[in-house]
Write a protein that binds this ligand. Structure first.
Ligand code: ADP
Ligand code: ZN
Ligand code: ZN
Length: 731
């Protein structure tokens, strides 16, 4: 009989092994297809990873093994979903990130093809019905029938729904003169842009292209201040690679940047571009995925998961703004697109470019040590000076604007001045919503999320309280849930509040807001960016989304409304993130021909992050921050793996975590340090209690083997769930 080894769709560690089923049908079963199988009295979707021809029959098999063997109910796919390269890649990713293989497959495949029950309802290929000629003979036809026959003949084929006389169509089909054909119809319409003449590269850009293509290492860091022309280098590189008959993967960290990048690429490489990101509908994703798999695109532009695009013969992988956190997925599998890029580059013999004005310290140090080619774009295009920046101490009352405590006199005056000159302004406030907390003035309690115990943010647009961690929402209450008092105060401010305040202070200015709330409506992000680029508004208010990569030629003032957000959070990465964010935001100012300015409002005017970011002095920041990391032993001086242990019972979680920590300590691995157990900042999630352990290590040695063994052991303890995060982005 034919047996299939099937991975079950549940991605829990406890089920991370293949289950064996009997294949009861006649036609051949292929590896890599999805099947429906019974599991624990339910129907689930599985993914066939192996097909075995077992000489025994069912009865003997069950007798000898002691297991009841179930039958595959149905096969869902006609051919394997992944080619050998991608399946091998899935295994590598699962291995490296110690994640269940099924979770990697689910991440790799678009919703319609993912091994998941919900994929059964997801859209499949969409066909348009056409009418085509079968026999052009006009014998015995009525004039009306002949008219339609000739019409179809002249047009080769005609969309059926465009023909207004269904009865004549029916008749002609019956008479075998025409037939219906189905043609696959792509649902994604990639906008057409006028073809663009390529720019003459500056000498620095030319040098960069050569260094990346011919440098000693396959990987290059392309470091260049904001506005130094990195995008133009990506385009030139892509052209070279495509001319050499290979394909290009172009990754950007967020959806808000894909629109712009798609436009750049579409202008240059008309029709050869495919897009993959989370804003596409499942139907569009499915079509694009298949188009790429068929080899119809030479360039794939997309966000993180586009690194798994079924593009063949890859010659170049680019990660723009490589420092951005969103390249790392924070749920299992916790992969980083850069790491996956290296794996794919290895098999494809491709080059990798990591581009940034503020590279991660890890990347920068590797470039300095020659592990990557270190490629610099030292100047802004046209030698535009960097924006002149003012730091304002918001603790000093005399600095504050009389009309609003959220703004300083300086920023207020400069906004007024830009509006008068008809130039544009960007205001960064890295917090969405109206007020980050609601506090009872009677009992002093903050309204908190019932699921994760952190303060709920007030959103004015829909008058609701939202948890920015887990997505919990509730109606804004009129009274305190603890004491019933009516005196609730909304404290602090976010994007909504700043927009309201700006509208009050400058009633004639048009404003736009950009944050992930705006992004909840599909395609809104791209629209807002387009509108602002075309000067449909004077002031753009937003979160980190507005800081990255965009090129707004009329912006001459950037205001960082509160630079301190996040600076005192307990994570080794926060200073780096804050530095990057402020530097990037300030860099949005004065990019075309008008000089730019920036104002940074802060309560910590002498903090090195603020002073160095204001000068865009990455070099000094790098040196300072490397010292901090060395003292505290964090990356790049050590590697990290974090373990999160969850259980429904707090004691069980606590005990299990202690046990693991002790076990690790007793192993005395030479370069391994164990920190914890600790209770995370957000201590429970969906009624599961969590504890964490942070492992620091310099050489992996035996550690990985231990962790693999640990995961196997825990497979037999379903009351404990474990999540491993290899190279956590922050901790
Ligand atoms: P970065 O990505 O490094 O911040 P961009 O690639 O957005 O910089 O380039 C900044 C500006 O300079 C853009 O408006 C771009 O069109 C322009 N630019 C880039 N390279 C050239 C060039 N070689 N000649 C003329 N303009 C250029
Ligand atoms: Zn109260
Ligand atoms: Zn929550």
């Amino acid at each position: 009989m034919i047996l299939a080894e099937v991975l079950i769709e549940r991605s829990a560690n406890a089920l991370n092994r293949p289950f064996t089923y009997r294949y009861p049908f006649q036609d051949k079963l292929a590896k890599g297809v999805r099947v429906i199988v019974p599991f624990n009295h339910q129907e689930v979707v599985g993914y066939v990873i192996n097909v075995i021809n077992d000489p025994r029959d069912k009865v003997t098999y069950e007798h000898e093994s002691g297991f009841v063997i179930n039958d595959i109910k149905r096969v869902l796919d006609q051919s394997p979903l992944l080619d050998d390269e991608l399946f091998a890649l899935a295994k590598k990713v699962a291995n490296y990130y110690l994640a269940p293989l099924i979770s990697v497959l689910q991440t790799m495949l678009p919703p319609s093809l993912a091994p998941r029950y919900s994929s059964l309802k997801a859209p499949k290929i969409h066909y348009d019905k056409y009418l085509a000629i079968l026999d052009p003979s006009e014998k015995d036809l009525t004039p009306k029938q002949i008219e339609l026959l000739r019409l179809i003949y002249q047009n080769d084929k005609v969309l059926k729904r465009d023909v207004k006389s269904p009865s004549i169509v029916k008749k002609l089909i019956e008479l075998k003169r025409i037939r219906e054909i189905a043609i696959e119809a792509p649902r994604l319409k990639i906008p057409e842009f006028a073809k663009e003449q390529k720019k003459n590269l500056t000498p620095d850009q030319k040098k960069a292209v050569q260094a990346i293509l011919h440098g000693k290492s396959k990987t290059s860091l392309l470091e260049g201040v904001t506005g130094s022309g990195k995008t133009e280098v990506y385009l030139a590189l892509s052209e070279e690679i495509i001319r050499g008959g290979k394909n290009v993967l172009m990754l950007v960290p967020e959806i808000s940047l894909t629109h712009v990048m798609v436009e750049y690429y579409q202008r240059r490489f008309h029709g050869k571009v495919a897009i993959l990101h989370s804003e596409l509908t499942p139907a569009e994703k499915y079509d694009e995925y298949r188009r790429i798999a068929r080899g119809e695109a030479h360039i794939v532009v997309g966000a993180r998961s586009a690194i798994f695009a079924p593009l063949k013969n890859i010659g170049l992988i680019i990660l723009d703004e490589e420092h951005v956190e969103s390249y790392k997925q924070d749920v299992v599998p916790t992969y980083h697109a850069r790491e996956v890029a290296f794996m794919r580059a290895d098999t494809n013999n491709a080059r990798v470019v990591l581009g940034s004005a503020t590279p991660l310290l890890e990347t920068r140090i590797r470039a300095m040590r020659g592990i990557y080619n270190y490629v610099l774009l030292p100047k802004r295009i046209n030698e535009m000076p960097l924006p002149k920046t003012t730091i304002v101490d918001m603790l000093k009352g005399y600095n504050l604007c009389r009309e609003s405590h959220m703004f300083s006199k300086v920023l207020y005056e400069k906004i007024k001045d830009r509006l008068a000159r008809h130039e544009q302004v960007i205001l960064l406030i890295n917090r969405r919503g109206y007020a980050p907390s609601v506090i009872c003035r009677e009992c002093g309690q903050t309204i908190k999320c019932p699921d994760c115990n952190i303060a709920l943010t007030y959103h004015r647009e829909d008058n609701m309280l939202k948890c920015h961690h887990c997505g919990h929402v509730e109606m804004m209450s009129k009274t305190c849930p603890h004491c019933g008092s009516k005196f609730l105060s909304r404290t602090g401010f976010g994007t909504e509040r700043i927009e309201q305040e700006i509208n009050r202070l400058f009633p004639n200015a048009k404003t736009l807001r950009l944050d992930s709330d705006v992004g909840k409506v599909r395609n809104n992000i791209g629209k807002v960016i387009e509108q602002f680029r075309h000067h449909a508004a004077d002031i753009l208010i937003g979160t980190q989304m507005i800081a990255k990569g965009h090129d707004f030629p009329d912006v001459t003032l950037v205001g960082v409304v509160l630079a301190d957000i996040g600076l005192s959070l307990p994570s080794f990465r926060y200073t780096e993130k804050a530095f990057t964010l402020i530097t990037q935001a300030v860099g949005r100012s004065g990019r075309a021909h008008k000089p730019g300015e920036a104002v940074i409002q802060t309560y910590m005017p002498t903090h090195y992050v603020i002073t160095l970011a204001s000068k865009q002095n990455y070099e000094a920041f790098f040196r300072q921050e490397m010292l901090v990391r060395k003292t505290s032993q964090y990356p790049p001086y050590t590697y990290l793996i974090s373990l999160t242990i969850k259980a429904k019972n707090e004691e069980v979680a606590e005990d299990a975590t202690y046990q693991i920590a002790n076990e690790l300590l007793n192993k005395n691995y030479p370069t391994v340090k164990v920190l914890g157990p600790t209770t995370p900042y957000i201590p429970y999630e969906n009624k599961w209690y969590m504890r964490t352990i942070l492992i620091k290590y310099k050489r992996e040695g035996e550690l990985r083997k231990y962790l693999e063994q640990l995961l196997l052991t825990l497979q037999h303890k379903p009351s404990i769930a474990i999540m491993v995060n290899v190279d956590p982005f922050d901790f």
